[in-house]
Write a protein that binds this ligand. Structure first.
Ligand SMILES: NC(=O)c1ccc[n+]([C@@H]2O[C@H](COP(=O)([O-])OP(=O)(O)OC[C@H]3O[C@@H](n4cnc5c(N)ncnc54)[C@H](O)[C@@H]3O)[C@@H](O)[C@H]2O)c1
Ligand SMILES: [Zn+2]
Length: 377
């Protein structure tokens, strides 16, 4: 097939392109090389497969998109801004790129009456908000954001809204109610909604993949707003201690990029009823401390981990994927362990220039009142 990947110069798009080309497909990418990801006045990155056809352009501009769509059989829509915290104050940019970009792409497909074999959207676990939890007495709970007064006191767990018992995180399934808690999450929900309308109205075969926390080679080391693995790595390389928010207790589902690229290829070939939605994760609930330790081990460094009671307003406590539907509908199961994945990441990162932008992000969060320290206010 002739396949278009928007945002294909980025982390997930470039790995997906590699696997598609290995399967014999032809890949074109549309990317404007966002300076926050690729650096100022950057060229297309060297890691891109030589057989990729590269178009420099903006997914929000119909002329660029129409050119990119010529003779295309399937589309992966990855172009987006991805910093959850940053989205809370750079609101217009996030809405512009993520919402208007998706609207432009779908409109071009519909108006040109392009008969796609598959349209795959990169959605996010962020649409769920807080992960699913359970109370021994009240059963399944979909908690909302924790109260600032609890966080200020150092109570980081989710508490039952009925009895204030500490809740246990459980795996999150696709059908649960959505609760986007950030501008970024809201834009991802909008993307899903427009794709759903396009599928239902025009019969476009749509598959939406809700990625959990993706990590691995080629994730931007320059962007200090996203990707805790990159942020920690840059700190470790700068011989700085790691400040673990919320005592390192929060749980996340870290899925390695090779597994995500595999799911993306499987999505191209699926025959599920459109629109189809799948979680793509590891299915594991690793704590931030587990992740920091696995990374430090892969770096072969003794890393000081600080527990300063710090937290970020708006963060969730825990979310991990239930993969039952991905297994049945896509035949997807992850196969990279956290240890293997961290080794792959560190091996790649050690040849890259590193950028420790951590202090800058904390300064910005503090400026907007989004950064806290338990016991300090
Ligand atoms: N990385 C994760 O953990 C994760 C998790 C959930 C969802 N996602 C989603 O997956 C997709 C890909 O994420 P990624 O991690 O590869 O991010 P990335 O930042 O590495 O890649 C995104 C690419 O989009 C390009 N881009 C930005 N604005 C554009 C525009 N207006 N026109 C054309 N190109 C533009 C950027 O230059 C970049 O190359 C995104 O939609 C993201 O929301 C990622
Ligand atoms: Zn309860």
């Amino acid at each position: 097939m002739n396949i278009l990947i928007t945002g294909g110069a980025g982390f997930i798009g470039s790995h997906t392109a590699d696997q598609l080309i290995a399967k014999g497909h032809r890949v074109r990418i549309l990317d404007l090389l966002d300076p926050q990801i690729h650096g100022k006045n950057a060229d297309f990155p060297d890691y891109l497969h030589p057989d990729i056809e590269k178009i420099y352009g903006d997914v929000c501009q119909p002329e660029d998109v129409n050119k990119a769509l010529e003779d295309i059989d399937a589309v992966y829509h990855f172009a987006a801004l991805t910093g959850v915290g940053q989205s809370m104050y750079d609101i217009r940019n996030y809405v512009d790129v993520n919402v208007i970009g998706t609207a432009t792409l779908l409109e071009c497909i519909v108006k040109q009456n392009i008969k796609l074999k598959q349209f795959i959207l990169a959605s996010s676990r962020a649409v769920y908000g807080e992960g699913t939890h359970t109370c021994p007495e009240h059963g399944t709970i979909y908690p909302s954001l924790r109260l600032r007064e609890d966080l200020d006191k150092g109570m980081f767990h989710q508490l039952c809204p009925h009895c204030r018992t500490i809740l246990e995180p459980v795996a999150t399934i696709e059908e649960r109610p959505l609760d986007p808690l950030s501008v970024y999450a809201e834009t991802k929900k909008h993307q899903e909604d427009y794709c759903r309308y396009a599928a239902n109205t025009f019969g476009i075969p749509v598959t939406m993949l809700r990625y959990f926390n993706v990590y691995g080679s080629r994730q931007s080391l320059k962007n200090p707003y996203t990707g805790v693995v990159s942020i920690f790595y840059n700190r470790i390389i700068a011989n700085q201690a790691l400040s673990l928010y919320e005592q390192g207790m929060p749980g996340r589902d870290f899925v390695h990029i090779f597994d995500v690229a595999k799911a993306n290829v499987l999505a191209l070939e699926n025959n599920n009823r459109s629109p189809a939605i799948f979680n793509v994760g590891s299915g594991c609930n690793d704590t931030i401390r587990d992740v920091a330790s696995a990374l430090a081990k892969a770096c072969k460094k003794d890393v000081e981990m600080l527990d300063l009671g710090e937290f970020r307003q708006g963060d969730i406590f825990s979310c991990y994927a239930d993969l039952t539907q991905a297994k049945h509908g896509l035949n997807f199961s992850p196969s990279t362990s956290l240890e293997q994945g961290m080794e792959e990441f560190v091996q790649w990162a050690s040849d890259q220039e590193s950028f420790d932008g951590y202090e800058k992000t904390v300064d910005e969060l503090e400026k907007y009142g989004l950064f806290g320290r338990a016991g300090k206010s």
